[in-house]
Design a protein around this ligand. Structure first.
Ligand code: FBP
Length: 254
């Protein structure tokens, strides 16, 4: 595999559409995101294994300890960096915590990387990602970039112009898929998608919303040209995760 230069999305897309279940929140937000059921990673792994997702985004600790709960049933997207929310957002930086070799050893089908566009630490994250991106692509692993405008120079993380800028940054840095925060409307989404060019755009789900409002957002993401979602809380915090997953799939893969 090493030396392969052409990157295909492979298993993490189905007919060009993407539906990733994300469970890196334990590091990013801590246990506050969980209840007595979903605090157990095996519960969320089961949803990932049975839900028909095109990818499952995990940090390496959960990926390794719970491999038996998801492996073979859903492609792994190994998150390569992370941070806790205890550190203030002003100097936002997400530190590398895994190597591409570890991703390969864990059987990952892609790698995930967070970049805080506009942060005073942006240059460090560009440099860190540059090393990982080159190596991942050498192994033929697609790169999914979580591109979030953040830090003391960013007054509004969800400003559509900033979201479009972050999406473009991901294209420029070599991402195959960029994950953004929903910019608020179909038109804003269209501009984000245009800005990202041939890098596919998917949206985060965000904090838990009532099903109807959440599904309307998913429709707008697709209507705006988005390739899909990388969703966490709106699935595994839902009382009926399989039902909401089916509804999401109808919109994305129809
Ligand atoms: P959600 O769908 O639950 O919002 O998950 C998407 C996600 O990008 C996670 O992968 C990540 O842990 C989290 O959101 C980061 O959120 P924040 O905006 O607080 O950094």
């Amino acid at each position: 595999m090493k030396g392969k230069t052409e990157v295909h999305l492979g298993k993490i897309a189905k007919n060009g559409k993407v539906l990733i279940l994300a469970m890196d929140q334990g590091l990013e937000h801590g246990p506050r995101d969980f209840n007595s059921k979903n605090i157990d990673p095996a519960y969320v792994c089961d949803i990932a294994a049975k839900g028909g997702f095109t990818g499952f985004a995990l940090q390496k600790g959960v990926a390794r300890h719970y491999k038996d709960c998801y492996s073979g049933n859903v492609p792994l997207i190994l998150k390569m960096n992370g941070r806790t929310e205890i550190v203030p957002k002003d100097e936002a930086y997400s530190s590398p915590i895994a190597s591409v070799k570890e991703a390969v050893d864990l059987g990952a089908d892609a790698i995930g990387y967070t970049i805080y566009v506009g942060s005073p630490r942006e240059a460090d994250m560009f440099r860190d990602f540059g090393v990982i991106e080159r190596e991942a692509h050498d192994y033929g692993l697609p790169c999914v970039v979580w591109a979030y405008p953040r830090g003391k120079h960013v007054p509004n993380e969800k400003d559509p112009a900033m979201v479009a800028y972050a999406a473009r940054v991901a294209l420029e840095l070599g991402a195959d898929i960029v994950k953004i925060n929903y910019p608020g409307s179909v038109d804003a989404m269209k501009w984000v998608v245009a800005s990202a060019g041939r890098c596919k755009v998917i949206s985060a789900g965000g904090s838990k919303q009532p099903d109807g409002e959440f599904l309307k957002m998913v429709m707008n993401i697709v209507a705006g040209g988005g390739a899909g979602l990388a969703v966490g809380r709106n699935v595994w915090q839902n009382d009926n995760p399989m039902k909401i997953t089916e509804e999401i799939k109808k919109i994305i893969f129809k």
